[in-house]
Design a protein around this ligand. Structure first.
Ligand SMILES: [Zn+2]
Length: 70
């Protein structure tokens, strides 16, 4: 398994939108550095642009941003 790209994790609290499709769609998760197929994916607005991430990474970022200091 390739290691995840965590170089933007310090931006975990930035705007994220969870997107839901009617059927599973293929996309590339920026953070997993892997192709995924799911009904759920998320857009993450970073200083390097909008990154597409999987539902798992979205959950990790939400957890990180909720414990991050203000
Ligand atoms: Zn991911």
């Amino acid at each position: 398994m390739p290691s995840k790209d965590r170089h933007l994790d310090n931006q975990a609290s930035r705007k994220k939108n969870l997107l839901r499709s009617d059927k599973a769609e293929e996309f590339y998760c920026f953070r997993c550095k892997a192709d995924k197929k799911s009904k759920l994916r998320a857009e993450w607005h970073t200083t390097e642009g909008v990154k597409i991430i999987c539902n798992g990474c979205y959950g990790e970022l939400v957890a990180m941003s909720s414990v991050a200091p203000p």
